[in-house]
Design a protein around this ligand. Structure first.
Ligand code: FAD
Length: 508
């Protein structure tokens, strides 16, 4: 249990960071992952995400009551297995906008700096469209340009079928692309079922990693914290790195007083609209029983058919407000799902239909994460900050109206179905605002809780924990601002880049 480098968390970023370190042959590298392995059909079959969400491969966190969203408690799903959230996510692949990275205003992280990292990880991930998109998704994909086969882009108003982290009809996670090849080449050891409680310091240097089952793993040269936007700040705070007064009140002794640890939490808020109609989308109806019964065989024999669906097959980006001289960026992203989603509290329900949600690309609301207890089994207080700022509410209301127009105009032919929820009677600003507050969710993209930056931020722009030698953070938590689309690819980019930064640091 002694290694040169230990990476905590085998998620999107952790797998990429660990693989980069292992390939450099700089000593022994180990990854500690709290969850089990990912070698089960419900992870590998894209449609299986219906079953992994809420399962033992999901941390199943809950938010605090969200005061601006009718005091509702939100599910904060996070992958808990090899591959992390890339093993549980909807597989939608986006780099983000080029100026998302420029706007981070961090030396070394401009678009020019990170583009090559995206190219490198895409050589391994090979993002691609699913093999058999539903005709409704194909129709919705034509919302802006009838003849385009290109995926939509947050750079401009566009619609299309999404690229996905799938390969040949099968989920292709960070574990597939980065972890397994490194393990096969004997450069990396992965320990699953290793739930980290805290990091303990020796002579002011982080050295030992204490697991909640009492085992201790020692890192001779460095620790990379890649436990994600919820896990990483929680581990740090349990290790005495965070807001001193708050940690002291929980009986945790302080190693570094870092008030911004856990602050700046950002996620994409989304609001949906449900359509239901016989013969429209996928659903649990008698006339689809044969197709459902045949689908496992089709997947096994051909890697095609409805089980290759990642649900979120198509989407769009659009403006809500008029373009101004200095801002023409799409403000909203749409996810289109050709599947009957329940609107009465259940995700699986009878009937056939389709669903789409619209989200705010760059929300201005911010939440925070604090510990509720020093006990590692306790859920932290996760305030997602949903709709804290009125601007996000207005963007969602405008986005909801425009989404309805797109759905009304998309060339869906005889598969079009009526809106059943919230229903055509909900039209005024007040009614739509009430619907947004009562039903919005998030896209499961929490970022920013250990933002990199200058002076008071927890992490430096070389991903070192400020004020501590030998501890780096590499995951979605270091993003200073959320990217304009889904966050998996940017998280992998951060992991990939982290390995390069660490190698540079230890060689100097
Ligand atoms: C349901 C869902 C759907 C999503 N859909 C999409 C999508 O379609 N496209 C997209 O781009 N993004 C999507 N995302 C978001 C995206 O997957 C994440 O932004 C990205 O995976 C974050 O990467 P990460 O490395 O920061 O964290 P993660 O990938 O979550 O990795 C963190 C890892 O650390 C481990 N860990 C945490 N705490 C500990 C501990 N104490 N000890 C040991 N290990 C620990 C976890 O088990 C996990 O394996 C989705 C996320 C979810 C949950």
């Amino acid at each position: 249990m002694i290694f040169d480098f230990v990476v905590i968390g085998a998620g999107s970023a952790g797998c990429a960071a660990a693989s980069g370190l292992a390939q450099a042959r700089i000593g022994t590298v180990c990854v500690l992952e709290a969850g089990p392995n990912d070698a089960v059909p419900q992870v590998k079959i894209p449609f299986g995400l219906l079953y992994t969400m809420g399962s033992k491969r999901d941390w199943n966190f809950k938010s605090t009551p969200q005061t601006n969203a009718d005091n509702r408690i939100f599910n904060v799903n996070r992958g808990m297995m090899a591959g992390g959230s890339s093993s549980i996510n909807s597989m939608v692949w986006f780099r983000g906008r080029a100026d998302d990275f420029d706007n981070w205003q961090q030396p070394g992280w401009t678009w020019e700096d990170v583009e090559q990292d995206f190219i490198n990880i895409e050589q391994l991930m090979q993002p691609q469209q699913i093999p058999t998109p539903h005709p409704l998704s194909v129709a919705f994909a034509k919302s802006f340009r009838a003849n385009s086969n290109a995926p939509p882009t947050p750079e401009r108003e566009s619609a299309g079928l999404f690229d996905t982290n799938s390969r040949n009809g099968r989920r292709w996670s960070a574990a597939d692309a980065f972890l397994r090849p490194a393990v096969r080449s004997h450069a990396l050891k992965v320990i699953t079922g290793a739930n980290v409680n805290r990091i303990s310091f020796e002579d002011g240097r982080p050295k030992h990693i204490e697991l909640i089952d009492g085992r201790v793993v020692t890192a001779r040269r460095g620790i990379v914290l890649s436990a994600g936007s919820i896990g990483s700040p929680s581990i740090l705070m349990r290790s005495g790195v965070g807001p001193a007064a708050q940690l002291a009140s929980l009986g945790i002794s302080i190693n570094v007083d870092s008030p911004q640890v856990g602050q700046n939490l950002s996620d994409h808020p989304v609001i949906g609209v449900h359509h239901e109609g016989h013969n429209s989308g996928y659903g649990l109806v008698w006339n689809q029983s044969l197709q459902w019964a045949a689908s496992p065989f089709q997947w096994l024999a051909q890697r095609r058919g409805r089980l290759t669906s990642n649900f979120v097959e198509a989407g769009a980006f659009f403006r809500v407000n008029p373009v101004t001289a200095d801002d023409d960026r799409p403000e909203c992203q749409v996810h289109f799902i050709p599947y009957m989603m329940g609107y009465n509290g259940k995700s699986i329900t009878s009937g056939a239909g389709y669903f789409a949600d619209v989200g705010v690309c760059r929300p201005v609301s911010r939440g925070s994460l604090t510990l509720s207890s020093a006990d590692p089994r306790a859920t932290p207080n996760i305030d997602l900050g949903v709709l804290k700022e009125e601007q996000d509410v207005q963007t969602l209301v405008g986005g909801f109206r425009r989404l309805r127009q797109l759905l009304a105009n998309a060339p869906m032919a005889d598969r079009r179905a009526p809106e059943v929820y919230p229903g055509p009677s909900v039209t005024s600003d007040k009614e739509i605002t009430d619907h947004v507050r009562a039903r919005c969710g998030t896209a499961y993209h929490p970022v920013g809780t250990l933002a990199m930056g200058e002076k008071h931020t927890p992490v430096t722009n070389t991903l070192q924990l400020r004020g501590v030698d030998g501890l780096w953070v590499a995951d979605a938590s270091v993003m200073p601002g959320i990217t304009s689309a889904n966050t998996n690819a940017p998280s992998m980019m951060i992991g990939h880049r982290a390995a390069k930064l660490i190698l540079t640091e230890i060689k100097n």
